[in-house]
Design a protein around this ligand. Structure first.
Ligand code: ADP
Ligand code: MG
Length: 314
């Protein structure tokens, strides 16, 4: 998508007033002017949202952060890599059996652009849907050539022709070949951690897998972001888990914590993110804040490390 001439980044407004409801944001950020409220990264940031535990908030985090960044004026692609297709559902995207999407890209070698669909949740939010057909891909990939590079190759092709600020890959709850493809294609890992018992159990296994991938397949990959989800302020346990996670991941853990919220869990049944379903709810406000924090960190990191000439996808 061509950018208008002139500076593409607006200075982000850091005042302390509460965030505007998502609906209003949508009005302010018109498709025509594309004047971002949130700072754009110097180059595409590809996040894999991973944690092999199920039900920790991977999908909820992927879709709400993606929508938050898109509502902030940025261009976002969500790749649904879970055969359950929950991210597709939450973004209002059709994914009944036979709907072309991630399976055709990974196994058939189709272009992402051929099957990516616009989400009505936000301008400039595109989704590569997953249907249950993807369940067979884990097995089919085993015998394929360059089986762990297939998503990376497809994404590189897509990013050559499409200017995208953020990519979120929503992973299934396993460390199989689907997740491996995501880890190879990504530049950053976002780990959602549920504020419950055994929260960090499994994270060490994930870290071992990540170390293998960075050592052998994708040296660029870093755990940059940890997000505490389903925080219940009434329990001492949640606070203890949050402290423990902040000790382990001091730099990576976002200041914002996502509360346990009925609105968050209701939104997908309406084919919506909580940002449009209940923009004023605590859940929506916290996901918007987390999206802001991610974009600000990305912009800050870019000023520190990126040479002025670097741009676009890797
Ligand atoms: P995963 O993708 O890791 O399996 P999900 O994002 O699907 O996890 O979340 C698991 C369940 O918990 C879903 O039913 C979801 O709606 C619900 N959920 C996620 N985050 C929250 C939250 N902050 N508050 C309440 N329910 C949540
Ligand atoms: Mg999921």
């Amino acid at each position: 998508m061509p950018r208008p001439p002139g500076p593409r980044r607006a200075r982000f407004d850091q005042d302390e007033t509460p965030l505007a409801p998502a609906q209003e944001v949508e009005v302010v950020v018109s498709r025509e002017t594309t004047k971002p409220r949130l700072p754009a990264p110097a180059r595409t940031r590809v996040f894999v949202v991973a944690n092999q535990k199920g039900g920790v908030g991977k999908t909820t985090t992927s879709v709400n952060l993606a929508a938050g960044l898109a509502l902030g004026g940025l261009t976002v692609l969500v790749i649904d890599l879970d055969p359950q297709g929950n991210a597709s559902t939450a973004l209002g995207i059709e994914h009944s059996p036979g709907t072309p999407g991630t399976y055709e890209v990974l196994i058939g070698g189709d272009d992402i652009a051929a099957h990516a669909v616009a989400s009505s949740e936000a301008p400039n939010l595109t989704v590569l849907p997953a249907s249950i057909d993807l369940a067979g891909a884990e097995i089919e990939l085993v015998s394929m050539v360059a089986r762990e590079n297939r998503l990376l190759r497809a994404l590189r092709t897509y990013l050559r022709d499409h200017e995208v600020d953020y990519v979120f890959v929503d992973c299934p709850p396993s460390l199989g070949l689907l997740t491996l493809n995501a880890l190879v294609a990504a530049t950053e890992i976002l780990i959602p951690i549920q504020c419950e018992y055994y929260a960090l159990e499994g994270v060490s296994q994930l870290m071992r897998t990540i170390n293998l991938v960075t050592g052998e397949l994708n040296p660029e990959l870093r755990v940059t972001t940890v997000l505490l989800t389903m925080f219940d302020a009434r329990t001492r346990l949640a606070a203890q888990v949050a402290d423990e996670v902040r000790t382990h991941f001091a730099a990576e853990t976002l200041p914002t914590v996502i509360p346990r919220s009925v609105r968050i869990s209701e939104a997908p049944s309406y084919g919506q993110t909580v940002l449009t379903y209940h923009p004023d709810s605590a859940g929506a406000v916290s996901y918007l804040r987390a999206a802001e924090e991610i974009s600000q960190r990305g912009a800050a990191a870019a000023t520190l490390t990126e040479p002025a000439t670097t741009g676009g996808a890797r």
